[in-house]
Design a binder for this molecule. Structure first.
Ligand SMILES: Nc1nc2c(ncn2[C@@H]2O[C@H](COP(=O)(O)OP(=O)(O)OP(=O)(O)O)[C@@H](O)[C@H]2O)c(=O)[nH]1
Ligand SMILES: [Mg+2]
Length: 378
C-alpha cells in the first residue's frame, strides 16, 4: 500500500478520507455484482454502470472535480481545515480563557466570565454548566493556568460528543437501504449525497440517487452531475413533479434493480414553512407504503456557519421526518462548531459525518476527540 508520509493520516483519513488514505489510493472496486441490471434512469447517467464492471473505477481523486471546486485551494489535511474552520469559535474562546485566567484565581467572578464565554460560543447551557461545575469542584479558590481550563473544556466537550460519534453504517438488513436527506436551503444535502455515493461505490455497493428536489431544474442537474462523477444512476422527473411520487418510483426502481443503497435528495426548506414541511411528511409517508421501515435513515444536513437556529432545525425536522442522524457541513469555512455541542447535548442524535470542503473526498466521519480538541485549541 502506498504511504504518503508528508501528510498526516488521522483516524478520519483511515476510515474513509479521500486521497490521502490507503483505501483511496487503491482504485475503487467495481460493484460487487457486476451483472446487476442497473438501468440509469436519467439520460446523463445512462452509460457508466452497464459498461463499468470490466474496468475498476478510478481512484476518488482522479474523478472530475466538483464544478464549484475547480479552483480548490492547496490541499490541507482535513483536521487542519476543521481547525481553521473552527478558528472563529475557538480563537475567541481560547483568547477569552487566557485573559480571564491569567494570574487570577478561580472564583465566582472568573467562573461567571468563563460562563459568558462558553455561552457566546454556542456550547449551550448544559455543557457550560458541566464545565464550570467541574472546575468549581476541583479548583475553587486556586490559581489555574489557562491551558488547564482549556483541557477541562476539551474533556467535557468530548464527553458530550463521544456518544453521538456514530459512523454511517449500511447494515445490509434492508435492500435497498433508503437514506433520505433533509434540511434547510443550501446546507449541503446534494453535495453530501454525491460524496457518499463515491464512498459507497468505493465500497463496492450499488447505489441509486433520486432527484427529489423537483422544484428546480438546476437541482436535478446538480445531482445528475454527481451521478456522472461517481458512476451512479440518477432517477429524476421533470421540474414541478411530485416529490413523493418520485420517491415512490425510486423505491420501486431500486427494488427492481436490487440496489444496495437508495439516497433521496429533497429540496431545501425552512423549518417554519408549513406547506413545505407537509410535503416532506408526505415523502416519508409514501416511502412507508413501499416498506414500513423506510426511510431507514433520515439525515438532517446542517450548515456549520449557522448558529442557534440549528437547534430549531433539528427539533422541527425530527418531528416531521423522524431524523435519525446529522451531517454537519462547511466546517472548513468560518464555522460555528460550538452549536454541534449544544445540539448533541440536547438531542443526542448520531453525528454520522462532517463536510470539510466541496470536493468529493471532503467528507469525514465525526471524531469526538479531534473535534473537542479543535474547539478548545489544545
Ligand atoms: N466549504 C464547503 N462548502 C460546501 C460543503 N458542503 C457543501 N458545500 C457547498 O455549499 C453549497 C450548497 O451545497 P448543496 O449541496 O447544493 O446544498 P443543498 O442543501 O443541496 O442546497 P438546496 O438544494 O438548495 O437546499 C455548494 O456550493 C456546495 O459546494 C462543505 O462541507 N464545505
Ligand atoms: Mg440540493
Amino acid at each position: 500500500m502506498s504511504q504518503q508520509p508528508e501528510k498526516k493520516r488521522g483516524l478520519f483519513g483511515r476510515l474513509f478520507g479521500g486521497g490521502t488514505t490507503d483505501d483511496a489510493a487503491q482504485p475503487l472496486a467495481a460493484p460487487s455484482e457486476p451483472e446487476l441490471p442497473l438501468k440509469a434512469v436519467s439520460e446523463a447517467a445512462a452509460s457508466p454502470l452497464p459498461d463499468m464492471p470490466a474496468e475498476p473505477l478510478p481512484a476518488l481523486e482522479t474523478l472530475a472535480p466538483a464544478p464549484e471546486a475547480v479552483e480548490a485551494s492547496p490541499k490541507q489535511g482535513w483536521f487542519q481545515r476543521l481547525k481553521t474552520g473552527l478558528a472563529k469559535t475557538s480563537a475567541k474562546l481560547s483568547e477569552g480563557i487566557t485573559s480571564v485566567f491569567t494570574k487570577r484565581k478561580l472564583d465566582d467572578d472568573t467562573l461567571d466570565e468563563l460562563e459568558d464565554l462558553l455561552i457566546q460560543s454556542d456550547l449551550g447551557l448544559e455543557t457550560t454548566e458541566r464545565i464550570t461545575s467541574t472546575l468549581r469542584k476541583t479548583r475553587y479558590d486556586k490559581t489555574i493556568a489557562p491551558d488547564e481550563v482549556r483541557q477541562v473544556l476539551a474533556d467535557e466537550v468530548e464527553r458530550v460528543l463521544q456518544p453521538v460519534a456514530v459512523p454511517l453504517v449500511i447494515s445490509g438488513q434492508h435492500r435497498p437501504e433508503v437514506i433520505l436527506f433533509v434540511g434547510v436551503n443550501g446546507t449541503g444535502k446534494t453535495t453530501t449525497i454525491g460524496k457518499l455515493a463515491a464512498r459507497f461505490r468505493s465500497e463496492g455497493r450499488s447505489v441509486l440517487l433520486a432527484a427529489g428536489d423537483t422544484f428546480r431544474a438546476a437541482a436535478i442537474e446538480q445531482l445528475t452531475v454527481w451521478g456522472e462523477r461517481t458512476g451512479t444512476p440518477v432517477i429524476s422527473r421533470e421540474v414541478g413533479s411530485d416529490a413523493a411520487g418520485l420517491a415512490f418510483d425510486a423505491m420501486a426502481q431500486a427494488r427492481r434493480d436490487n440496489v444496495d443503497v437508495l439516497m433521496i435528495d429533497t429540496a431545501g426548506r425552512l423549518q417554519n414553512k408549513k406547506v413545505l414541511m407537509e410535503e416532506l411528511e408526505k415523502v416519508v409517508r409514501v416511502l412507508k407504503k413501499s416498506d414500513i421501515a423506510a426511510p431507514h435513515q433520515v439525515l438532517l444536513v446542517l450548515d456549520a456557519t449557522t448558529g442557534q437556529n440549528a437547534l430549531s432545525q433539528v427539533e422541527v425536522f425530527q418531528q416531521v421526518a423522524g431524523v435519525t442522524g446529522l451531517v454537519m457541513t462547511k466546517l472548513d469555512g468560518t464555522a460555528r462548531g460550538g452549536i454541534l455541542v449544544a445540539i448533541s447535548a440536547k438531542f443526542k442524535l448520531p453525528v454520522v459525518a462532517l463536510g470539510v470542503g466541496e470536493r468529493i473526498e471532503d467528507l469525514q466521519p465525526f471524531d469526538a476527540h479531534e473535534f473537542a480538541r479543535a474547539i478548545a485549541q489544545v
